[in-house]
Design a protein around this ligand. Structure first.
Ligand SMILES: [Zn+2]
Length: 283
């Protein structure tokens, strides 16, 4: 009997450890994950989320108050940590004002870009979507884009070449607008708002790039953060000038921390790397 109990205990311990490792210990006791994004978007479009993915965020759905949305526009600035948001909240003032809510979101492990965006747009933890390291293969499992396309919705991604979002969601019957510079990406992002896309996903990696090179709170990185916030506000202004009821979000993938040599990094299972800010609203 004791042997059986011992076996059950060690099995439970193994499962528990595995789950914690995959989901990240730096998020222990904290709120909802970035994986809620997929089901939240699907529910907003009246598409039933598959049972195997993370449930939608009620808190975010509530801002739409049952309103039917015409489209969703998600802006993905890279590496905007929750601690950065809290410390530099005054810089987020306008973005907060023109949106409805901001929430703390837990990332996934390892907290690197392809792993996190795969989780955000599949609703799955890394062990289920399969990207578990800094690699950018095309995802074979179903993503938000597949669910949307199956329901007759039109999707596009606007991003910079070589980046995770530009690669892991390829090979779907949707539009990919991939450019060399962020300026071109952001110009195109504003243009596609005049088209009939149901889901628009936009990626900007400038904060992440400056953060790695000069440190998360360097003048260069903070100026990139300001650029991200300025563009988000510009995007929302244009969204609000249209008749379409649009759900919008500012959704980062993972956080960051300072390392020796005045550089920045992420990928660890720590509070700094595992907690991000998401801002949402509906027009
Ligand atoms: Zn990233």
């Amino acid at each position: 009997m004791n042997k059986i109990i011992g076996k059950i205990k060690s099995l439970a311990c193994l499962i528990f450890t595995k789950r914690r490792t995959d989901a990240g210990e730096g998020t222990e006791g904290l709120g909802e994950r970035i994986t809620t994004v997929t089901a939240t978007l699907l529910e907003l479009f009246d598409v039933k989320p598959p049972k195997n993915i993370e449930k939608a965020s009620r808190e975010v759905l509530n801002i739409c108050d049952g309103k039917k949305i015409d489209r969703a526009v998600i802006y993905n600035p890279d590496a905007i940590a929750w601690w950065l948001f809290e410390k530099y909240k005054d810089r987020f003032e306008k973005a907060i004002e023109i949106s409805d809510i901001y929430v703390q979101r837990a990332s996934v492990m390892p907290s690197v870009t392809p792993v996190c965006f795969a989780s955000m747009y599949t609703g799955l933890l890394p062990k289920y979507h399969g990207i578990r390291a800094y690699k950018k293969p095309v995802l074979k499992c179903k993503t938000i884009f597949d669910h949307m396309l199956e329901n007759g919705k039109k999707c596009c991604i606007v991003s910079t070449s070589g980046d995770s979002i530009s690669k892991i969601f390829l090979e779907r019957d949707m539009d990919y607008f991939i450019y060399d510079s962020i300026e071109e990406v952001n110009q195109k992002a504003l243009e596609v708002l005049d088209s009939d896309y149901d889901l628009v996903v936009i990626y900007n990696g400038n904060y992440d790039a400056k953060m790695h090179k000069f440190g998360p709170e360097s003048e260069e990185a903070i100026s990139a953060l300001d650029e991200n916030l300025e563009f988000y506000c510009k995007l929302i202004e244009k969204i609000k000038s249209s008749d379409k009821t649009t759900f919008f979000g500012f959704c980062s993938d993972h956080g960051c921390h300072e390392i020796d040599g005045e550089c920045g990094s992420h990928g660890l299972d720590t509070y700094e790397d595992m907690n991000v800010v998401h801002i949402y609203g509906v027009s």
